[in-house]
Design a binder for this molecule. Structure first.
Ligand code: CUA
Length: 314
C-alpha cells in the first residue's frame, strides 16, 4: 500500500524527530493550559460584580522576588531541557558523514523528475528508489537545474537539492513497503507532479531487483516491438533518453532501460500501463503540461509500435 505520512516513522531519524515533536507538543500544551487557566481564573475571580459601580484601579503589587525567581528559572529550565533534547535529536537524525565517504545512492533533481544512480553498483534509473530494509545508506543529493527538495515523510528528514552544491544524508528504513516521496521546494510549473516512489525491500527481493537492473536490454522479438525499437533510434527519442544495450545514451531525460518495471510514469503522473504509456507518447503536454518532453506528433501506429517496444523493457 502506498502511504505518505510524517506520523508513520520507519527510520531511526524519523522516530527521533517525532519524539522531539511529541515532547515539545506536550510541554507547550501544558504551558498553554496553565496560562489560559490563570487568565480565566483572574478574569473570573477579580471581575467587577453587579452593583459595584466604577472603582479606583485595584492595589498594584510590586517586588515579589520569590515569584519572579520562579517565573524566570522554570521557563529557563524548560528551554535548556528542550535544547538538550534537540541536540540529541540532531545527533540521531543527522549523523556525521566522514569526509570522502562514497555515497550508496545519488539522487539528482531535474525539472520535473528524479534521476537515481547507484554509483557502487553502476545502476541508473528514474523516479523509483529501491533500498534494502534495515541498511544505513548514504544519500547524495544534487540538482541539474533549479532548487528541488527531497522528502519522504516516513524517513523524516527533508533536504534541499541545490545546483552546484551537493548535500548528503543518511537514510535507513526498517519497514518494507512502498512510500511516496515528493519535491518540497517550488521548482516551476510541474513542481506538483514531481513525485517518486521509495520501495523498501527485504534483502533477497532487493538483490533480485539489483540483478535485473544490471542487465542490458535485449533486442525485442515481436514485429511491433522491433518496429518500435527502430523508431526509437530514428526519432528524437535518442537525443534525450538512454537504453542500455542500444545506441541511446543521452542523459537529458529519464533512463528507460527498465522503464516497464517501474510502477509510475511521468514522475508519478500516471500508473505504468500500456494504455497510459500510449497516452503519454501521443502528447505528453496534455498529461503533464509544461514538461520538457515535447509533443512529437506521432501517428497512431508509431505510438503503438513505441509502446510495444517500451513494454519489453522490463
Ligand atoms: Cu522539484 Cu519542486
Amino acid at each position: 500500500m502506498l502511504t505518505s505520512s510524517p506520523f508513520n516513522p520507519i527510520s531511526p531519524q524519523a522516530r527521533a524527530i517525532e519524539h522531539l515533536f511529541n515532547v515539545t507538543l506536550v510541554v507547550m500544551a501544558a504551558i498553554f493550559v496553565l496560562v489560559l487557566g490563570l487568565v480565566l481564573y483572574v478574569w473570573f475571580r477579580f471581575r467587577r460584580r453587579p452593583g459595584e459601580g466604577n472603582q479606583e484601579p485595584p492595589y498594584q503589587d510590586f517586588g515579589r522576588p520569590r515569584l519572579e525567581i520562579i517565573w524566570t528559572v522554570v521557563p529557563t529550565l524548560i528551554v535548556i531541557g528542550l535544547f538538550i533534547l534537540t541536540i540529541q535529536t540532531i545527533r540521531v537524525a543527522d549523523p556525521w558523514v566522514p569526509q570522502d565517504t562514497e555515497p550508496d545512492l545519488t539522487v539528482i533533481g531535474h525539472q520535473w523528475w528524479w534521476e537515481i544512480r547507484y554509483p557502487k553498483l553502476g545502476i541508473v534509473t528514474a523516479n523509483e528508489i529501491h533500498i534494502p530494509v534495515d541498511q544505513k545508506l548514504l544519500l547524495r543529493l544534487e540538482s541539474a537545474d533549479v532548487i528541488h527538495s527531497f522528502w519522504v515523510p516516513e524517513l523524516g528528514r527533508k533536504l534541499d537539492m541545490t545546483p552546484g552544491h551537493p548535500t548528503q544524508m543518511w537514510i535507513q528504513a526498517d519497514t518494507a513497503g512502498t512510500y511516496r516521496g515528493e519535491c518540497s521546494e517550488f521548482c516551476g510549473v510541474e513542481h506538483a507532479w514531481m513525485h517518486f516512489l521509495l520501495v523498501v525491500q527485504p534483502p533477497a527481493e532487493y538483490t533480485a531487483w539489483v540483478q535485473r537492473q544490471l542487465l542490458a536490454s535485449t533486442a525485442p522479438s515481436a514485429p511491433d516491438a522491433q518496429r518500435g525499437a527502430k523508431l526509437f533510434q530514428g526519432l528524437t527519442c535518442v537525443s534525450c533518453h538512454a537504453i542500455n544495450g542500444t545506441v541511446a545514451r543521452a542523459r537529458v531525460g529519464p533512463d528507460l532501460t527498465h522503464v516497464a518495471s517501474r510502477q509510475m510514469i511521468g514522475a508519478g503522473v500516471l500508473t505504468n500501463t500500456p494504455a497510459h504509456v500510449a497516452r503519454w507518447l501521443e502528447n505528453p503536454q496534455t498529461v503533464k503540461p509544461g514538461c520538457y518532453m515535447p509533443n512529437l506528433r506521432l501517428t497512431t501506429s508509431e505510438v503503438q509500435a513505441l509502446t510495444a517496444y517500451l513494454e519489453t523493457l522490463k
